[in-house]
Design a protein around this ligand. Structure first.
Ligand code: AMP
Length: 193
C-alpha cells in the first residue's frame, strides 16, 4: 500500500487537489478536518469535544485524530493506498504515524507539500468562507491562530520528512485552480517515476 501525505498550510489547496490525485492513483482520500466536521454535524461525543478547539483554530489532541486514522486503515479496503490530508499536523503525530505504519510493515511513501505565503492563506480562507460557510473560516482571530499553529506545530514536519528523504514541494500559486492542479499532478508524477 502507498501512504501519501498531502501537506501544506490552511488554504494551500490540499482539499481542492486531493480528488484529482486520489482518483489518478486509486488512493482513498482521508481528511481529518472533514472527519471531525462530520463528527460535529452528527453531534457525537467526539464532535462535542472537538468543536470548541476547531472553532478557536487550535488543534484537537493527537490521540483523537490518530484513532480516526487507525480505524480508517483497519476498515477501508479496495484502494492502492491512502492520501492523508491534514494529518499528521504535529511532530508527535508524525512519529506516531511511523509507529502505526511500522506495526503493519508499511511506511510513509512520500509527502506532497503545497506551499503558499501567509498573505495568500488569509485571502484564500476569506474566499472559502463565503463559499463553504465553515465556522473556522469566518473569524480573523481564528484564522490568525490557525496560521500561528501551522508555523509553530506543523511546519517542523518539513525538516522531519526532508530528513527521511520523503519531502516533495510544489508552489500552490500563482494561477487558477486548473493551472495549480496541473502543477501539483506533474510534481506527483515525478515522485512516481
Ligand atoms: P482542516 O479541514 O484540515 O483545515 O482542519 C480543520 C480543523 O480540524 C483544524 O484547524 C484542527 O482544529 C482540526 N484538525 C484537523 N486535522 C487535525 C490534526 N491532524 N490534528 C489536530 N487537529 C486537526
Amino acid at each position: 500500500m502507498k501512504y501519501y501525505i498531502l501537506f501544506g498550510p490552511p488554504g494551500a489547496g490540499k482539499g481542492t487537489h486531493a480528488g484529482a490525485i486520489s482518483e489518478k492513483y486509486n488512493l482513498k482520500h482521508i481528511s481529518t478536518g472533514e472527519l471531525l466536521r462530520a463528527e460535529i454535524a452528527a453531534g457525537t461525543e467526539l464532535g462535542k469535544q472537538a468543536q470548541a478547539l476547531i472553532a478557536a483554530g487550535s488543534l484537537v489532541p493527537d490521540e483523537v485524530v490518530e484513532g480516526m486514522i487507525e480505524s480508517a486503515f483497519d476498515t477501508i479496503k479496495g484502494y492502492d493506498g491512502f492520501l492523508l490530508d491534514g494529518f499528521p499536523r504535529t511532530l508527535g503525530q508524525a512519529r506516531d504515524l511511523d509507529k502505526i505504519l511500522g506495526k503493519r510493515g508499511e511506511a510513509v511513501t512520500a509527502v506532497i507539500s503545497i506551499m503558499i505565503p501567509d498573505d495568500l492563506i488569509r485571502e484564500r480562507i476569506a474566499h472559502r468562507a463565503a463559499i463553504e460557510g465553515r465556522a473556522d473560516d469566518a473569524s480573523e482571530a481564528t484564522i490568525t491562530n490557525r496560521i500561528n499553529t501551522y508555523h509553530a506545530q506543523t511546519e517542523p514536519l518539513i525538516a522531519y520528512y526532508k530528513e527521511a528523504g520523503k519531502y516533495h514541494e510544489v508552489a500552490g500559486y500563482p494561477g487558477n485552480i486548473e493551472e495549480n492542479r496541473a502543477r501539483v499532478l506533474k510534481m506527483v508524477e515525478g515522485i512516481q517515476a
